[in-house]
Design a protein around this ligand. Structure first.
Ligand code: SF4
Length: 342
């Protein structure tokens, strides 16, 4: 009955959602080495770890104007360098990235922000450590194909990622995932990845959105000279995703990676979410691509209406998939539909 109700609501929906967020890349130290990545520190000289005072000052800057704190980081930095753990302890007093992120989430909640965490592959214990302080969590599946670009990335083995997405489902964590398009996969791989996400969602009903994200070449990476995927391919994947995934899963396209004039075409093909935009922070993964403003987004999608949502989607608010720690903020921000109060 609940699914039918949700489906009817989706069918009636004539709006497109987004969040107002702040992007907090806690560290760029990562155990993986994806061939397209411009974010990861290639040596400890390039490495950074955001100290708590810096995160606090960012959070205070947006307090009252945004609702989502997006925490990202390189995956398992403790395995990337033996120096990282000492650095973390000296800078933060914490013994692991997950413990530190949990403290930062508590800080964000105290200042009125709902955290969304994407730290790469995590154990079940680590997911549990963050669950009570995260409105939702995320992990891009990217692809189910075994690709050369992931040759040096143990965390990008498709089975490892599918396993974590399943474990998040067992723990009833509202979950964001997605596909990275144009990194050497075939069109049949898109279908296989989407079908696998569908089957995980059929079992756990925890996926709130699937991002269809184009690869963008980054300087000084092995893929610098590789062209990003053609817009027609992206349109085709959005269309396929809408056909395969159940209607309660939103299809998200990142509005800073798709030109404004193409955004509405994506919506017509089935996209219904534009992810987070930030006035105060850049997209640290794609720093060359500035966020559009809210006004630009409204103009790009007209006649569709833009509505602000929270990092937890309405159906999970209705089901009560959040902790007592997050309840006061969700009650403060969510309207009767589960979107941001206007
Ligand atoms: S896992 Fe993410 S941060 Fe790490 S190398 Fe790959 S893309 Fe970069």
């Amino acid at each position: 009955m609940v699914a039918e109700h949700e489906n009817r609501n989706q069918n009636r929906k004539r709006y497109v959602t987004f969040t107002r967020n702040i992007f907090i890349p806690v560290t760029n130290v990562c155990r993986n080495a994806c061939a397209y990545c411009g974010f990861r520190a290639r040596s400890m000289k390039e490495a950074y770890l955001m100290p708590p005072e810096r995160v606090l000052s960012l959070i205070q800057r947006v307090e009252g104007s945004v609702t989502e704190a997006l925490f990202t980081a390189g995956e398992k930095p403790e395995l990337a360098s033996p120096l990282f753990r000492d650095w973390l302890r000296t800078t933060t007093g914490c013994s692991s990235l997950v413990e530190y992120t949990r403290e930062l989430c508590k800080m964000a909640i105290k200042h009125g922000l709902l955290p969304h965490c994407n730290l790469g592959i995590m154990s079940t214990e680590e997911l549990l450590e963050l669950r009570a302080v995260s409105a939702s969590m995320g992990l891009m599946l990217e692809t189910t194909a075994e690709l050369e670009v992931h040759e040096h990335s143990p965390g990008k083995v498709p089975e490892v990622r599918l396993d974590m997405i399943a474990r998040a489902g067992e723990l009833k964590i509202p979950f964001t995932t997605g596909l990275l398009i144009g990194i050497g996969e075939k069109p049949s791989d898109h279908i296989q990845a989407l079908e696998m996400l569908k089957s995980l969602h059929d079992e756990y009903r925890h996926i709130q959105e699937v991002i269809i994200q184009p690869f963008v070449p980054k300087p000084s990476t092995p893929l610098w000279n590789v062209k990003p995927p053609h817009i027609e391919l992206l349109k085709q994947v959005v269309h396929t995703a809408r056909a395969i995934l159940p209607p309660e899963i939103a299809i998200q396209v990142p509005p800073n990676l798709i030109t404004r004039d193409r955004t509405r075409e994506m919506i017509e093909l089935g996209a219904s979410d534009l992810g987070g935009i930030s006035e105060q922070t850049i997209d640290y993964i794609n720093p060359e691509s500035p966020w559009p403003t809210e006004a630009e987004l409204r103009a790009a999608i007209a006649p569709y209406v833009l509505r602000e949502r929270l990092p937890i989607y309405p159906q999970f608010i209705k089901r009560g998939w959040y902790s007592t720690e997050l309840r006061p903020l969700i009650e403060r921000y969510a309207d009767d539909e589960g979107l941001r109060k206007r």
